[in-house]
Design a protein. Structure first.
Lengths: 115, 106
């Protein structure tokens, strides 16, 4: 079946512009996660959704970052007034349920470059 | 923030050699997962361990969860070029380690 998809795969934007990153999870997965990864580094947790609700927003780096999920499916991560330090690969994952031992299925990521 | 430190950060070995990657923290985790990530792709789950002292084997890979559930190790026997990638540990699902980049030279 179809895996997690993300769009765009690459995004180059100018400093100060807003960007929207999209994630389509695996059908039927109730939990959805966003992470950020700098080149060759570990993943930094941003936010997760259980259904359309975000119980844990603690990882969002600043108030320029926001995310929403609609219909228990597609999620959008929005970064306003982008800065150069926002440049990274943004990864989305989904899991059947939001349990600590649940397997997360990751998308290929969106590579964001802020010039 | 629950930090997970991985060591070594980089590892380059010859095909056929054995290696161990470590994942350490001062925090206790109820679960710990290991993922492997290849360039341009998202991480793929290798194993989940939930019990202190637990050992799991996946072909040539052996995973161990520390008795105190603060650390874990991944041992690869007779490494192959297909094992090349970034190995990541993750505690309680969200907290990822710093990563170990493994290169196996044919």
């Amino acid at each position: 079946g179809a895996g997690v998809s993300q769009s765009p795969s690459n995004k180059v934007t100018e400093k100060g512009k807003d960007v929207e990153l999209r994630c389509d999870p695996i059908s039927g997965h109730t939990a959805l996660y966003w992470y950020r990864q700098s080149l060759g580094q570990g993943l930094e947790f941003l936010i997760y959704f259980q259904g359309n609700s975000a119980p844990d927003k603690s990882g969002l780096p600043s108030d320029r970052f926001s995310a929403e999920r609609t219909g228990g499916s597609v999620s959008t991560l929005t970064i306003q007034r982008t800065q150069q330090e926002d440049s990274a690969v943004y990864l989305c994952a989904s899991s059947l349920v939001a349990k600590r031992e649940a397997e997360q299925y990751f998308g290929p990521g969106t590579r964001l470059t802020v010039t | 923030t629950q930090l997970l430190e991985q060591s070594p950060q980089f590892l380059s070995i010859q095909e056929g050699e054995n290696l161990t990657v470590y994942c350490n923290s001062s925090s206790v985790f109820s679960s710990l997962q290991w993922y492997r990530q290849e360039p341009g792709e998202g991480p793929v789950l290798l194993v989940t361990v939930v019990t202190g002292g637990e050992v799991k084997k996946l072909k040539r890979l052996t995973f161990q969860f520390g008795d105190a559930r603060k650390d874990s190790s991944l041992h690869i026997t007779a490494a192959q070029p297909g094992d090349t990638g970034l190995y990541l540990c993750a505690g309680n699902q969200f907290y990822f380690g710093t990563g170990t980049s493994l290169t196996v030279i044919p």
